[in-house]
Design a protein around this ligand. Structure first.
Ligand code: B1M
Length: 214
């Protein structure tokens, strides 16, 4: 039953029917499905298929935009549920997070931020297309223990390195752990640019952040 519902959610994203995505997401929640399962088994596979079709030239930018709108609206239903399910008693530390300069992909970054906050981190989400100086200033201002840098494009992941270099220049690199993520990012890239860790998805990001502040 749930597999069928998840498949319908996936199909609604692929077919560009955001209203249906939202309705099916609501139905899945009412049926008692876990928000994270709805995301990982229904929504993310849909976004992956849309991305693949875009890559092969079958889909165009408007398809990406419509799919993103469906996913964002569905996430608006799921985020409060995610937060409500994981109520940590004590604060684990402060995290500053954002998508790097030149990159406007926000869904994955926002999901990572929501999950961190649901697990007890105090999260400052700077949004998308964040200037390097803004990351540095926010880390200084908040004394954050962890800085999360998201990048979805091969052309923007280099700004993750730029932010790390700017932290060094500002003399605060030793005070903050840097974690990186996003579809083109890998452990190898993380090692190359001197980040403290890489996470493949939002669940991994929570585990990584916990280990970085331990
Ligand atoms: Co864009 N886009 N896009 N796009 N888009 C990708 C990323 C792409 C892979 C599609 C493709 O060709 N297959 C491709 C990048 C190719 C590359 O560089 N390797 C691409 C491209 C090319 C572009 C444009 C250049 C297209 C154009 O204009 N010609 C353009 C760039 C705009 C810009 O940023 N300057 C563009 C624009 C857009 C939209 C605006 C239309 C829209 C985003 C809307 C929005 O976010 N509000 C969009 C979308 C929707 C996508 C795809 C289809 C889906 C992204 C998504 O939301 N996934 C994407 C294809 C794909 O990824 N399959 C694609 C769902 C989300 C939950 O997953 O973001 O991967 P994700 O996040 C995951 C993990 O990556 C990880 O955890 C998250 C949750 O599990 N993670 C972290 C993410 N950040 C993390 C940080 C961490 C740790 C883990 O620690 C800090």
């Amino acid at each position: 039953m749930s597999n069928d519902l998840f498949k319908q959610i996936t199909d609604s994203l692929v077919d560009g029917e955001p209203d249906k995505t939202v309705e099916l997401t609501r139905l899945a929640l009412e049926a008692g499905e876990e928000p994270l399962s709805i995301i990982n088994e229904g929504l993310v596979p849909g976004m992956d298929i849309v991305g693949e079709r875009f890559q092969t030239g079958e889909y165009f930018l408007p398809h990406l935009i419509v799919a993103a709108s469906g996913m964002k609206q569905a996430m608006a239903l799921l985020e409060p549920e995610l937060s409500a399910r994981e109520q940590a008693v004590e604060s684990l530390g402060t995290v500053v997070i954002g998508t790097v300069k030149g990159d406007i992909h926000e869904i994955g970054k926002t999901l990572v931020g929501t999950m961190l906050s649901a697990h007890g981190f105090q999260v400052h989400d700077l949004g998308v297309d964040v200037a390097t100086e803004e990351f540095v200033a926010k880390v200084k201002e908040t004394g954050a223990a962890v800085l999360g840098l998201s990048a979805l494009l091969t052309t923007t992941m280099t700004f993750q390195r730029e932010v790390i270099e700017a932290l060094v220049e500002a003399g605060i690199r030793h005070r903050v752990k840097v974690m990186v993520g996003g579809a083109p990012v890998s452990q190898e890239w993380s090692d190359t640019i001197g980040a403290d860790g890489f996470a493949e998805d939002a669940v991994g990001a929570v585990e990584l952040a916990k280990s970085l502040v331990a």
